[in-house]
Design a protein around this ligand. Structure first.
Ligand code: NAP
Length: 672
């Protein structure tokens, strides 16, 4: 089979043969790959013109719904992906992490996009900034989608997850993608892209695929394009220094290799629940995906007096491991992705062995239903490096089922050893002692993108040391690449430009679609609660009647709520409080009283109040004060699939002097 690229809306196959890709289990040829004949400049231009334009004509919620539909479509066809994934040497569990993990990541974005993003291509970042005396010159940070293409270069180990975890956030932001999978396992990404294109669920131009080399693609990048790279630090550094990337300040996110560590707390003794957890986690990280995981534990940092016990327990588990053809149901670890990868891992192990001893090398393990010569099998290897300062264990990544035990004397040394990895994607601490957890976590955090603290309380539900989650940031400092991906909706913002917009509140309101403090209001005859979602305009407002607070009100509220805090009930005690001159009204009373003033009670399009945001009490309210509410339609979010939308109302309570005593957003659902 010759792999094809998908460029400018067409499938393209290179005329001449290309690099032959081989089955990881049998060594038989699986596919040929070449990108010869592709016009890379045209792909970028097509993506920007056709894909970018189409995507920015949709809203984030519409794009999120497309991702949701696509996720469902792919899940219904997942078995063809599983079948194809076998060629990469993966077990069913390995493939599950890649395939359903990838689709699941996309579905998390589909859901978060609708819950946490506005339904508009302008997205507010933080609150309005008051930068002038009268408030008529104001500022608001906003995000808008970049107008280029997100080039996504992936590593060979997760051909589905690697593609979808980059594609989904970029798509949600409104950027089309050009995906370039690593050649070794590109057959699986090609199949995935075929399914996606066949689905017809995405706008034309939003996805293109390069199977094979990227040719002169990077030469044509502009400041509106981005590059997301996952792979070795060596390749990443090379691409990051590409002249077009440097000259045009192209955003370049790098997820590189990483010598992740796991620290066994000095409180953990053999036989304890945490000791078992440590051993299990280490073995899992060595064997899942045959250790070909960027987050796998490469350095197991253990108290010096526990090293032998850990070595013994890990070796005992590895000794029971069944390696071979994943078609056999007893097999727990398959092959590396190819013979080239295996040769590379063995070469790296040789470097590690220069200053480490081998504790377990898989001697005596037999392969099940497998061809040891043509299949890329490798037994797991456990090493120990007893004098590790300056040793290769802090430099060399063997991207396979290989880990090294490193002893430490105290917490300070454990932290120093962890830092010798020069920045990692993921780290873990296994301890039952909260003080040790805090010391190690604070020491490790600056060197890590993600940290897992594991004990018997979290173990049952823990997703484990090596599992990146769509909700959490993935990436790390230094050697790990110095970038971030995922992190829920944070990951979408990498594909958007943040701009500080300055102007009058009316101008900022018009541009952002969100009412700003100081902007005009429309005091409409009809109460805004009588208007349906579509009829409501930003700035529609009510200035309510006034109400004077009495001591009897405060006492009645105390009676009703049971809140008899001294500042409301005891004049002398309230006076002793540094903030008050006497008994003050309950803040919650003010909120309730405000609703009594602004609510239009009759049945109508307002369906429910689902909360308040940003509530602040700005000044005390005393008996005798007269309050009034300014209630303004601030922001609307159209729900694509519901009969209602969300409406946010700026609610400002002022006193007889015009001073603000409380400000907050009331959140309602309003019928369309
Ligand atoms: P790699 O050799 O660096 O390749 C990574 C990607 O870069 C592949 O798609 C490769 O394509 C492409 N590439 C290579 N040279 C290029 C060039 N001159 N121009 C454009 N693209 C180029 O890494 P790998 O062997 O696939 O993956 C293993 C490494 O990735 C390990 O070190 C692992 O730690 C790291 N990794 C990191 C993460 C993470 O999230 N941080 C995740 C997974 C893996 P070809 O295959 O066609 O050469």
């Amino acid at each position: 089979m010759k792999l094809s690229s998908y460029a400018a809306g067409e499938w393209h196959q290179a005329a001449a043969g290309g690099q032959v890709l081989r089955h990881a289990i049998t060594g038989a040829p699986v596919a040929e790959i070449s990108s010869q004949g592709l016009d890379f400049a045209d792909m970028l231009a097509w993506g920007r013109r056709v894909g970018g334009t189409a995507l920015r004509q949709t809203t984030p919620h519409q794009r999120a719904l497309m991702l949701k539909a696509l996720g469902k479509y792919l899940l219904e066809r997942k078995e063809v992906l599983y079948e194809c994934s076998k060629a990469s040497g993966a077990t069913r569990t390995d493939s599950w992490v890649d395939i359903e993990g990838g689709i699941g990541t996309m579905l998390v974005y589909a859901s978060k996009g609708r819950r946490e993003m506005p339904n508009s291509n302008i997205w507010l970042d933080g609150p309005q900034e008051q930068i002038s005396r009268t408030g008529q010159f104001s500022a608001q940070h906003v995000y808008t989608p970049l107008e280029g293409v997100a080039v996504q270069i992936n590593a060979f180990n997760f051909p589905v997850w690697g593609m979808l975890e980059k594609f989904a956030p970029a798509f949600l932001a409104g950027m089309p993608g050009i995906v370039k999978p690593a050649s070794q396992t590109a057959y699986l990404t090609e199949l995935l892209v075929r399914l996606i294109i066949e689905s017809g669920l995405l706008p034309a131009g939003s996805l293109q695929l390069i199977c094979g080399s990227t040719g002169d693609l990077l030469d044509h990048l502009t400041c509106q394009d981005t590059v997301g790279f996952t792979g070795s630090a060596w390749t990443g550094q090379k691409l990051r220094q590409h002249p077009a990337v440097v000259q045009n300040s192209v955003r370049f996110a790098m997820e590189a290799d990483s010598l992740n560590c796991s620290i066994l707390g000095r409180d953990v003794a053999p036989g304890s629940a945490e000791f078992e957890l440590y051993v299990k986690e280490l073995v899992r990280e060595m064997t899942v995906k045959a250790g070909q995981k960027c987050t796998a534990i490469r350095r197991a940092i253990v108290p010096a007096n526990r090293l032998e016990a850990v070595a013994e327990a890990v070796s005992a588990r590895l000794d029971r491991l069944v390696i071979g053809n994943p078609d056999d149901s007893t097999v727990r670890m398959g092959a590396l992705a190819g013979l080239e990868q295996r040769a590379d891992v063995l070469a790296q192990v040789d470097k590690l062995r220069a200053d480490s001893e081998v504790l377990f090398s898989g001697e005596g393990l037999t392969l099940v239903d497998a061809d040891a010569e043509n299949g890329a099998f490798m037994a797991p290897m456990l090493l120990a490096c007893r004098e590790s300062v300056g040793a290769s264990v802090h430099e060399v990544e063997a991207f396979g089922p290989v880990s090294t035990l490193i002893p430490y004397a105290d917490d300070e040394e454990a932290i120093a050893l962890a830092a010798m990895g020069k920045g990692s994607l993921a780290g873990s601490i296994v301890t039952a002692d909260p003080d040790i957890a805090r010391t190690l976590a604070l020491g490790l955090a600056p060197w890590h993108g993600r940290l897992l603290v594991l004990d018997s309380a979290s173990a049952k539900e823990s997703t484990g040391h090596g599992t990146p989650l769509a909700h959490l940031v993935h990436g790390g400092p230094g050697r790990a690449g110095g970038s971030e991906e995922l992190g829920g909706i944070r990951g979408v913002k990498h594909y958007m430009q943040r701009t500080a917009l300055q102007g009058s509140p009316d101008m900022l309101t018009a541009i952002t679609g969100t009412w700003m403090q100081g902007a005009s209001r429309q005091l409409v005859d009809e109460h805004p609660f009588r208007k349906r979602f579509d009829a409501l305009a930003i700035g529609d407002a009510v200035i309510t009647d006034k109400r004077t607070i009495t001591l009897a009100d405060i006492e009645a509220f105390a009676e009703l709520s049971g809140d008899r805090f001294y500042a409301h009930m005891d004049e002398a005690a309230a006076k002793r409080n540094p903030f008050f001159e006497g008994r003050v009204a309950h803040g919650y009373f003010l909120v309730s009283l405000a609703a009594g003033l602004f609510v239009d009670p009759d049945e109508g399009p307002v369906l429910a109040n689902y909360g308040l945001d940003h509530l602040r009490f700005a000044a005390p309210v005393y008996a005798g004060d007269t309050l009034q509410v300014q209630f303004t339609c601030k922001h609307k979010v159209r729900r694509e699939t519901e009969d209602y939308g969300e409406v946010r109302w700026d609610t400002t309570i002022v006193n007889q002097d015009g001073a603000v005593v409380a400000n907050y957003d009331v959140l309602t659902l309003v019928a369309k």
